[in-house]
Each structure stands twice: as C-alpha cells, then as structure tokens.
Design a protein around this ligand. Structure first.
Ligand code: PMP
Length: 472
C-alpha cells in the first residue's frame, strides 16, 4: 500500500474500531524528530500543498490528547502550542467528542441563514451572559478569528457611520484583507499582498521587557494625537488584543486599556477587544480584559471557543449588534452545528471543572521555573505569564537588543527533544507557550525543563561564537 493510500485508509470514517486506549501522558522519543515516516509524508506534502503554508515542526500527527501529540513515528511530543491556542481542553476532549458524535447522527449542516438550530442560540446566550458589561447583548457567530474581526469592523462601521480604525503596533488580527490591514507585522503576513486599507492607523502599545520607558499617560497621549491628526470623529473603532499574542504575549501596561476606554467614549469610537487568542479561559479568567476591569463594546472570540472546531463570535450591546440590516451579516458555515456543539461542551467544562484555576497554576509554574533565568547570563530578558499564555523573550541583557536567533535555536532544541515550543514576537525573539490548559502539571514541568536545557545549551553556544569573533 502506498503511503498516500495508507493515510486515506487510516481515516476511513466507515470502519468500526474499538475505542482507542488512553494516550500516555509522557514524553517519549522513538526516532529522531522528524522521524522517517514524517520525512516521507513531507515529500508528498511538498509535492501537493502550496508552499505558502509554513510549518513550525514538520511532523505528521497520528493522535493527540491532553498534553501529548503522538506522531506517525511513535514519538510522544509535549504539546506547548495547543494548535496555536484552540485545543485548551485537549485535542480529543471526551465531552467534545460525545457532543460531536451525537450531532453527527442528527445533521452536519443546514446553514443558520436558511434554517436554524438551537445550539447556535445557546452558544450566543452563554457569550451574552459571560461577556463583560451589564448591557443587554447580542452575538453573531462566524468560523475563524479573522472573519469575526472583519465582521466586528463591519458592525462598528455600520453603527457609527464612520470608516477609520485605530490598531496597534505588534497587533495580529488575521489574514483577510481588512485584518491584514489591522495586523502590523509586515513579514510574513503582508509582504506582497497589498494594497491595504487606507483607513487603518497604527500606534504603539506601552509594553516592553522590564517595563517601558513610556508611561501609560504618554502612550495614551500618542493615541489621542493619532486620532486628532486623522479627524477623531471619523474613527469607527479601536481594536486591541488585551494580551498581544503574536507579538510575544505582550501585556499592555496596567491602565492602558482603561485609558483607551475613556478616549473611545470621548470621541464616540467603539472599542473592540480581540480575545481570539487570549479569551476562553487561557489567562485564568474567561476574558483577559477582565484583569483590567474594562468593558469593550465588541468582544471577539475564536480559537478555544470550540476547542479546535472552527467557530468565532462577535458579542456586543443589542443596539450595536442589531443596527445592521437583516442578512448584512452571515456566511454559509458561520456557526456550524458541529462547532456549536463543541462550544457547548467547552462551556460545560469551563463552568464546572476548575479550568481557570488550572490555567492560573500553569502560569505560576512557568514563572517559578523560568523567571530565575532572567538577567542570569542566559540571554533571557523577560518571562511573562498570564495563566497559560506565556512568553520567554531573548535579547542582550544590558541593552535589551532583541536576539531572534536565540528563540529559533531554543525552539529547534526543544523540537529535537520532543517538546513543541513556538517562536514569535515582533522581532522573532520570543518563545511563546500556549499549552493545553488540561496538560498534567508534571508533564508541563518536563516540557519547561527541556526549554531550560535548550536555553542553557544555546547560551553556551552563543557565548562561544562571541568569543570566537572577538578572538579573531
Ligand atoms: N486575532 C488574534 C489575536 C489571533 O491570535 C489570531 C490567530 N492567531 C487571529 C485573530 C486570527 O484567527 P484565525 O487564524 O482563526 O483567522
């Protein structure tokens, strides 16, 4: 049987199989990573799939659950990425599976714009109840984070009758046309894909390793100045991630979000919180913006909302969300019934199984193990964590000059040793950890220990290279 046929047969939905044994929650290396079978599949991947899709770790996965990814070579890799954030409750969560299976027996799709189903309404009810603020709310469901952000901007424009949007340096909001315009990092997200919307203005967020030289007041003045220079009353919205994920889990200085709220109110601008990555319990609260006690006008969720099934949402006050004419919002797959069932399973567990406490505990463990490395001669200039949203930043310990090569080298060490740890950051100098919230603490500690090993080894190499250069 050819490799390709084997893959298809392996996923045949008609075969009846006994339940799989639980996936062992420990790291195990059966081969090098990537192993021979992953290498073989990569050849076919390159022959069939657009190279426009990158990959952080070129291994093919056979099963995943809890904190483990089992690859096709039998390696058990510690998952510190949760598929970029969605699989907070594990990639084979039992309650999600049960609800999906029951829904599969009923129907897979009707399109909510043609005939309706109750689970969509129930998802909206939970989000209306749990989004910050006391206003009566309404929710609209979509499929991806970018699509929800795009729709949040549409709603804000419709409601205000204005066009412009203020976004922030380091922001990531998606890959569609409008969200590319909102995203600040040029490469790889924007290079060659312009022209972009002329209605988006970017300003800095006050945050940097070891505290910013900018005060919150100064940064808020800059926001005000940017608005005034561009006719403040022509702005429909300001959009911000309460923690900037792709920028390296950057946490804006305390008071910045509250200050934005005041400015938004002053000029009649809607404040959009993009909680696509930071929401749904990742930070130890349902929404990261709760840490600042700020109520956004529009709240956007995706990723962990349906634990890996495609679902996203925009929630806001009824008068804003209902301003748009009927059929002005929608999408064939928006609020797909399988995704809605997965979301309901997530809600049940968030409400009953101590998920928020588990996320907080992961952040505590990360800080306890990693923070001693900051400024200790290893090139680590910051370790920040809000729950299970964790950034390790590399740079020169004196000048704080970013060291992108170090993050990549540490990540490569981790991959070779069976730990999936992603790099990101404005300067590509951050290891970002988004572990499944349900990862067992001992497994998480093992993963962090590997990261520490990688930091030590690559620090030694960097020091040797420096000595080599200066000795020449
Ligand atoms: N906003 C934020 C904050 C994100 O982190 C992401 C995804 N990384 C998006 C929007 C885009 O979500 P999607 O990939 O589902 O379109």
């Amino acid at each position: 049987m050819s490799t390709a046929n084997h893959l298809v047969a392996g996923s045949d939905p008609l075969r009846t199989l006994p339940p799989l044994p639980a996936l062992k929650q420990s790291r195990y290396l059966a081969t090098e990573i990537p192993g021979p079978r992953s290498h073989e599949f990569m050849v076919e991947r390159r022959a069939q799939v657009s190279s426009g899709f990158g990959t952080q770790l070129p291994v093919f996965i056979e099963r995943a659950d809890g904190g483990i990814l089992l690859d096709v070579d039998g390696n058990r890799i510690i998952d510190l990425a949760s598929g970029l954030g969605p699989t907070s409750l594990g990639a084979s969560n039992e309650r999600v599976r049960e609800r999906l299976q029951a829904q599969l027996d009923r129907f897979t799709h009707t399109c909510f714009m043609t005939t309706e189903y109750q689970s969509y309404v129930e998802v909206c009810r939970w989000l209306n109840e749990r989004a910050p603020g006391n206003a009566e709310k309404r929710t609209a469901l979509f499929s991806t984070g970018a699509e929800a952000n795009e729709n949040a901007v549409k709603i804000a424009r419709y409601f205000t009758g204005r066009a412009k949007v203020l976004a922030f340096d380091g922001a990531y909001h998606g890959r569609t046309h409008m969200t590319m315009s909102l995203t600040s990092k040029a490469h790889p997200y924007k290079t060659g894909f312009g022209p972009f919307s002329n209605d988006v203005i970017h300003v800095p967020v006050p945050t940097s390793p070891r505290g910013s030289a900018d005060t919150v007041d100064h940064s808020l003045d800059r926001v005000r100045a940017a608005l005034l220079e561009n006719d403040a009353t022509s702005f429909a919205a300001m959009i911000i991630e309460p923690i900037l994920g792709e920028a390296g889990c950057l946490i804006p200085q305390e008071g910045f979000l509250a200050g934005l709220r005041e400015i938004a109110d002053e000029y009649g601008i809607l404040l959009i919180a993009d909680e696509v990555q930071s929401g749904m319990g990742r930070t130890g609260r349902i929404w990261a913006i709760e840490y600042e006690n700020v109520v956004p006008d529009l709240l956007v969720a995706a990723k962990a909302l349906a634990n890996g099934m495609p679902l996203s949402s925009v929630t806001g006050p009824a008068d804003v969300m209902n301003a748009v004419h009927p059929a002005g919002l929608g999408g064939t797959y928006a609020g797909n019934p399988l995704s809605c069932e997965a979301a309901l399973a997530v809600f049940e567990q968030l409400d009953t199984e101590g998920v928020l406490d588990k996320a907080t505990e992961l952040g505590r463990i990360a800080v306890e193990m990693l923070r001693p490395l900051v400024g200790a001669g290893q090139g680590v200039i910051d370790v920040r964590a809000r729950g299970a949203m964790i950034g390790i930043e590399f740079g020169d310990e004196d000048t704080l000059e970013p060291a992108s090569g170090r993050a990549k080298a540490v990540s490569a060490y981790c991959h070779a040793n069976g730990v999936l740890a992603l790099t990101n950051g404005v300067h590509e100098n951050v290891i970002r950890l988004l572990p499944p919230i349900v990862i067992e603490p001992t497994l998480f500690r093992d993963g962090l220990q590997v990261i520490i090993g990688g930091i030590r080894e690559t620090a030694l190499k960097a020091a040797e290279e420096k000595a080599d250069v200066s000795g020449r």
